[in-house]
Design a protein around this ligand. Structure first.
Ligand code: ATP
Length: 350
């Protein structure tokens, strides 16, 4: 069931259109990821959901109630920021229980709820510590504990892990997922880091220039991106221009300056005409008899487990490939190499 439903939100600052007709809904108990580059409007969208910024148009429904014009304090939405925003002069217990004090819960309830949340976030033994003496990961836990102690209906996280180092980020990804499952809260998690969203996300909405361009699981977004922006934002891709020459059964033929390629026919591509086709660097095979590309090695980047290899064709086009180190060992670096791409691994862009 939807806990949050956003319909047609638009926002301008001056003449700049920051959000354009954004609509989506979030199920109760899910982590909904919003992934997009810096400046695409993610924080503005969160501020509109919390009520700190008013939209120019559109509607926000939370648990079936229209909250579009409701003051922030009445919305029952928690927020975790990138910079934690903890009070340095208060210890962990005081930081976490503050929200309950403000709401004037009886002391016994405050004690019980604070204790429970400190346990959930594994902070019980740090209750009397002060934020400046805590590690980045612990400070992030305090920020989370503080946001969930008042039991909001929805928790918004704005780039919550970007101040942590790589190892701690991975640990905290797991922690956030565990806490989300334990307390069963709906979350909107905003990030510009595609790896983070892909690793954590069941559902990701990709945002670009104020618009939601596609919503799907990591696999759907990576293997069937709706446009070139989504395709290249989620990973590396080789793209060629071409023209649809023929369509037959399940396949169609696309002529490019690298020759004719047979690719899976996708719904809506019946009309012929110019298209762009792309494939991911790791989707390559050897020994097939269609869709063969031949070239010489132009550049190699050895990454341990895998190797990035750039192949230059006779037409001077560079294809970026990725292979396991074991595969790479079998290649003669001086000679020509040929590889092929399966029809189903091509992505078509109109
Ligand atoms: P980042 O990941 O860098 O935080 P973002 O996707 O969260 O980016 P926003 O902070 O929402 O993006 O900003 C979107 C655009 O709106 C930016 O160009 C920003 O300069 C502009 N903007 C944000 N707030 C205001 C404001 N109050 N007045 C004018 N312009 C603003």
């Amino acid at each position: 069931m939807d806990i949050l439903k956003i319909s047609g939100i638009s926002k301008k600052f001056g003449t700049a259109e920051i959000l354009r007709n954004v609509s989506f809904s979030v199920d109760e108990d899910e982590i909904f990821f919003i992934l997009g580059p810096s400046g695409c409007g993610k924080t503005t969208l969160l501020r509109i959901i919390t009520g700190f910024t008013a939209p120019d148009s559109g509607k926000i429904m939370l648990s079936g109630r229209d909250i579009t014009d409701m003051p922030p304090a009445n919305r029952n939405i928690g927020m975790v920021f990138q910079n934690y925003a903890l009070w340095p002069h208060m210890n962990v217990w005081q930081n976490v229980s503050y929200g309950l004090e403000i709401k004037k819960f009886p002391p016994e309830v405050i004690r019980r709820k604070t204790e429970k949340v400190l346990q959930t976030t594994k902070l019980a033994s740090f209750a009397d510590h002060f934020p400046p003496k805590l590690s980045g990961g612990q400070q992030q836990r305090v920020a989370l504990a503080r946001a969930i102690v008042t039991e909001p209906k929805l928790l918004l996280l704005d780039e919550p892990l970007s101040n942590l180092d790589a190892r701690l980020r991975e640990e905290m990804r797991e922690e956030i997922r565990r806490i989300q499952r334990e307390i069963k809260i709906a979350m909107i998690y905003v990030t510009h880091d595609q790896k983070e969203a892909m690793a954590m996300g069941q559902k990701i909405a990709v945002m670009n220039e104020g618009k939601l361009v596609q919503t799907g699981t990591p696999v759907q977004l990576y293997s069937s991106p709706a446009d070139k922006f989504t395709a290249s934002f989620l990973g590396d891709i080789n793209i060629m221009e071409g023209e649809i020459k023929s369509i037959s059964g399940k396949y169609m033929s696309v002529m490019t300056d690298e020759g004719l390629f047979t690719i899976d026919r996708k719904a809506g591509d019946e009309s012929g005409g110019r298209v762009e086709i792309g494939f991911r660097p790791e989707n390559i095979f050897y020994g097939h008899d269609i869709n063969i590309i031949t070239g010489t090695i132009a550049d190699v980047e050895y990454l341990g487990e895998t190797v990035k290899v750039n192949i230059k064709t006779e037409k001077n086009r560079i294809f970026r490939l990725r292979m396991f180190s074991g595969e790479f060992k079998k290649i003669k670096p001086e000679g020509k190499i040929s590889f092929s791409v399966s029809p189903e691994d091509f992505i078509i862009f109109k």
